[in-house]
Every structure is written in structure tokens, then in C-alpha cells.
Design a protein around this ligand. Structure first.
Ligand code: NAX
Length: 328
């Protein structure tokens, strides 16, 4: 059997964490031949709850789960880890301004970036889920000077999967029949869900839906889907977010389907006119554990303006936390 992959999950006692850890342990993330070691990292106040999660993991008797470590110490949680999935974050409390939320979380992610730099495997791959995810990934990466920037990504796969689900409904097709969905930009209301390159069963999407439907219904529905779930459930997306984590890491590690791509927020290489370094969601293909931004797609005026609006928001978020970015 292959050596076990070490996976660190922060915020593992939270809603998304609870929906995620069992799926990773069951083999959904890396396949049925790949054992895993789970390092679950929490804050001291949540360690009691985390111990219950640990007991339930033991009670599942997953054959692929070779060890479980429960800790509130980043030196133990991130030690030699291969994958760091950063979910734990400070939620927005009543009366808290967006600026304060960004600043509070920036402190968490700058500290975690330093810990990952110090303790994790030099080949570690990092996925940031905790919001504001794109900017948190930027901060973590900036505080990990010994690692490459492209080892840090943020999650827009939930938005991507939501978009696939809505398009499949509308076109009366299967999700698996749809290729080349794209989410551009920030994981926020300024994200740009874009179907112009989509094919459904090999046909152009515009053989089946109109541009007006895309602009008036599809795009706003995906942008507001998180709020739609909160209104219905009284809680934010958890199982679907955990599923998107599984998909993001699975495809990064094991590759994307031929002829298709996925959406990942990654440090911009300047592509499509986006400032270099900003963590921006792009269409990417993955192979052998590496991702590559899809090049050469044509964008119309509307799309360019949407990308620019999301980039502007990301620059504004970065300006708020500029002090926590190491100089030079
Ligand atoms: P919960 O509040 O249920 O869980 C968060 C957990 O993180 C708690 O158990 C808490 O103790 C822990 N935690 C807090 N600070 C920590 C730290 N410094 N180190 C380790 N653990 C820490 O939130 P949940 O619903 O699980 O959501 C977690 C984050 O995901 C939030 O920031 C949320 O906004 C974000 N989301 C991001 C999504 C995305 O697509 N990128 C979608 C889903 C979700 O909204």
C-alpha cells in the first residue's frame, strides 16, 4: 500500500469540517487506494467538540484512515503535512463591519501562513476556504516565503458546482454532460459565473439557452446562491462546501477530465489583464499535481468589465490588510 497522505484540516469541528472529515477518511478525496492521516486543528475552545468528531471517526473504522491527530497546536497540526485545508475562520458577528472581518481573519491567516512555511512539507498544497477566501490565501502565501505562490489556492469550486447544477437543470441535461464552466474573480458577489465556453453534450450552450437568461437569471442566481441557502436553511452551506473541497483537492492532485476545466482561485500570472499576484478565480486544468491557467479565451466587453470589477474588489480587500503583508 502507498504511504499515507497527511491532510491538515483547520476548523474541523465546524459545520463544513464535520461534513468533510468523514469523506476524506473514506477515500473520496484521493481514491480508494490512498491511505490518509488526518490532522485536525482547532482553537482551544473547540477542542471538546473536536474530540467528539475524533471518536466518531474511530467508530467509522475507515480502512484508509491510518491515524487521527486532534490538536490546537499549529506546530503539530501542520507538521510535514502534504495538504493544508484552511477552513477555520472568524465568522461575521452582529454589528461587525466588513473591514473588521477582513482584518480579524487576516491575523489568523498570516499566522497560519507562517506555521505552514515552518512546519509543512516543502511540497504542501494549500486550499483556503475560510472567508474572505481569496484575500486570506494571499495573506497566507505572503507569510510563507519559502514556498511558491502557486502552492496556495482559494475555493471557488462551490460556485462552479452551483453553476453546473443550475445549467444542468435549465438544459435538462446531466452535470457530467457539461464542460468548461468558469467562475472568474473573487468568492463574493462580484464573482463572474461565465457560460460562454460551455458545451452541453458537445453542443454550444447557446443552442439551448439565451444570453438574456444567462445575464438576467443565471449569473445573479449563482452570485446569491449562498444567501438563498441561508434563507432556506437558517445556516450557511456546509455539505455542499465540503463536497467542493473534496472536488478541488481531488482534481488538483489527480487531474481534470480531458477536454474540461475547473475553477480555482490562484495567484494571477497577469493573465486576462488581472494584476499579478492577486488571488483570482480562473479556469484551470490540472495534471500530475500541478494546475495551469487556461490561456487564450476570448472575452467580450461585458465579461472584461465584470472581471475588472472583481479585481477592483480584491485590490480593495488587499489594501485593508496591506500592513500584514511582509514588505519587500
Ligand atoms: P463554523 O463557524 O461552523 O466553523 C468554523 C470552525 O473554525 C469552528 O469550529 C472554530 O472553532 C474554528 N476556528 C476558528 N478560528 C480558528 C483558527 N484560528 N484555527 C483553527 N480553527 C479555527 O463555520 P463553517 O460554516 O464551517 O464555515 C467556515 C468558513 O468557510 C467561514 O469563513 C465561511 O464563510 C467559509 N465558507 C467559504 C466558502 C467558499 O466557497 N470559499 C463556502 C462556505 C463557507 O461560507
Amino acid at each position: 500500500m502507498k504511504p499515507a497522505v497527511k491532510v491538515t484540516i483547520t476548523g474541523a469541528a465546524g459545520h463544513i469540517g464535520y461534513a468533510l472529515v468523514f469523506r476524506v477518511a473514506s477515500g473520496a478525496m484521493f481514491g480508494q487506494k490512498q491511505p490518509v492521516i488526518l490532522r485536525l486543528l482547532e482553537i482551544p475552545q473547540s477542542m471538546s467538540s473536536l474530540s467528539g468528531v475524533g471518536m466518531e471517526l474511530e467508530d467509522c473504522a475507515f480502512p484508509l484512515l491510518h491515524d487521527i491527530v486532534l490538536t490546537d497546536d499549529p506546530a503539530i497540526g501542520f507538521r510535514d503535512t502534504d495538504y493544508a485545508i484552511l477552513i477555520g475562520a472568524k465568522p461575521r458577528s452582529k454589528g461587525m463591519e466588513r473591514k473588521d472581518l477582513i482584518t480579524e481573519n487576516a491575523k489568523i491567516f498570516s499566522a497560519q501562513g507562517k506555521s505552514i512555511n515552518r512546519y509543512a512539507s516543502e511540497y504542501v498544497r494549500v486550499l483556503v476556504v475560510g472567508n474572505p477566501a481569496n484575500t486570506n490565501a494571499l495573506i497566507a502565501s505572503a507569510n510563507a516565503p519559502d514556498l511558491e505562490r502557486n502552492q496556495f489556492t482559494a475555493m471557488t469550486r462551490l460556485d462552479h458546482n452551483r453553476a453546473l447544477g443550475q445549467l444542468a437543470n435549465k438544459t435538462n441535461s446531466l452535470v457530467a454532460d457539461i464542460n468548461r464552466m468558469t467562475i472568474w474573480g473573487n468568492h463574493s458577489m462580484t464573482q463572474y459565473p461565465h457560460i460562454d465556453n460551455c458545451t452541453v453534450n458537445g453542443f454550444s450552450v447557446f443552442d439551448l439557452v439565451s444570453r438574456d437568461w444567462a445575464i438576467d437569471h443565471f449569473i445573479p442566481r449563482i452570485q446569491r446562491r449562498g444567501a438563498e441557502i441561508i434563507n432556506a436553511r437558517g445556516l450557511s452551506s456546509a455539505a455542499s462546501a465540503a463536497d467542493a473541497v473534496v472536488d478541488h483537492v481531488h482534481d488538483w492532485a489527480l487531474g481534470t477530465r480531458d477536454g474540461d476545466w475547473i475553477s480555482m482561485a490562484v495567484p494571477s500570472d497577469g493573465g486576462y489583464g488581472i494584476e499579478e499576484g492577486v488571488v483570482f478565480s480562473y479556469p484551470v486544468t490540472c495534471k500530475d499535481g500541478e494546475y495551469e491557467i487556461v490561456k487564450g479565451l476570448e472575452l467580450d466587453e461585458l465579461s472584461i468589465s465584470r472581471l475588472k470589477a472583481s479585481e477592483k474588489e480584491l485590490r480593495e480587500e488587499r489594501a485593508i490588510i496591506e500592513d500584514l503583508l511582509p514588505k519587500g
